[in-house]
Design a protein around this ligand. Structure first.
Ligand code: IPE
Ligand code: IPE
Ligand code: MG
Length: 249
């Protein structure tokens, strides 16, 4: 079984993925970048199956960043339409797998109304599913999220609804206040940066970078990343004394 090197009792509860490398995957095959995005769909669904098999309870994927508007107009338009069509075509399947679908990101005018409506319908239809939460970060940026939270903190403070400005006050005003901290953050395609992803929630995440381009990523790669995670020593700032056996000469 491909999960045999994973300890199923210590699976990270929350896995976040930066699905990167679609463009390079396509370029290497002489295809358009958009064909690379299309090829990423089966990687996403295989990863979802893998997460379900491992017993991951939250999977948060980066689909479109607040910086991705800087791409050529036809690629931006393609990504907007592709995400909408993906929800339309595959929501029933996610619902049957008892997956709750939810979204984080800025809901602003340049996000088409039709897509927003599709997101709302997807959330409503799957709201009662409990096996896993699939959270799609769309028009998401960690800095934008913190700015939006800070604005709400200021408003609530001025209106007398909030007294203490502390970490809980901010956490409660993020896009999804129920979102647990990220345990494992995976980025594909060899890039080793956060690109504005989950800046607050990934504060103590273990980071795993893989050379695999996103369209080639499978549940096997997910299991491998979880295996790497399980070899890490999570400290959360505490001092950890370890018994080190020193062999005498
Ligand atoms: C990730 O693949 C998908 C999105 C950012 C939407 P890229 O399109 O960034 O692929 P590369 O990094 O150019 O290979
Ligand atoms: C991050 O990837 C955003 C998504 C995967 C949606 P990018 O490819 O946009 O990130 P940079 O520009 O290489 O940092
Ligand atoms: Mg990229």
């Amino acid at each position: 079984m491909y999960t045999s090197n994973v300890d199923l009792d210590r699976v990270p509860a929350h896995v976040a993925i930066i699905m990167d490398g679609n463009g390079r995957w396509a370029n290497a095959r002489g295809l358009s970048r958009n064909a690379g995005h299309e090829a990423g769909e089966q990687a996403l669904f295989d990863t979802i199956e893998g997460a379900l098999e491992l017993g991951v309870s939250e999977l948060t994927v980066y689909a479109f960043s607040t910086e991705n508007w800087r791409r050529p107009q036809d690629e931006v338009r393609f990504l907007l339409e592709f995400n909408e069509s993906l929800l339309l075509r595959r929501l029933d399947e996610l619902d049957e797998r008892d997956v709750r679908v939810t979204f984080i990101g800025r809901r602003e005018r340049r996000v088409p109304r039709r897509l927003i409506r599709r997101m709302d319908e997807s959330m409503a239809k799957t709201a009662r599913n409990t096996t896993m939460t699939l959270r799609i970060a769309f028009n998401y940026g960690g800095q934008a999220e913190l700015v939006d939270a800070a604005r709400r903190v200021a408003e609530d403070h001025a209106a007398g609804r909030l007294k203490r400005i502390d970490d809980r006050a901010i956490a409660a005003r993020l896009y999804d206040p129920d979102m647990p901290p990220v345990d494992l953050l995976i980025r594909t395609s060899g890039e080793q940066r956060l690109s504005n992803y989950l800046l607050w929630q990934a504060a103590y995440a273990e980071l795993v970078f893989t050379e695999t381009l996103w369209p080639d990523f499978t549940r096997m790669d997910l299991a491998q990343a979880v295996h790497e995670y399980q070899a890490r020593d999570r400290r959360f700032g505490k001092a950890v004394d370890k018994v080190i056996t020193v062999r005498s000469q």
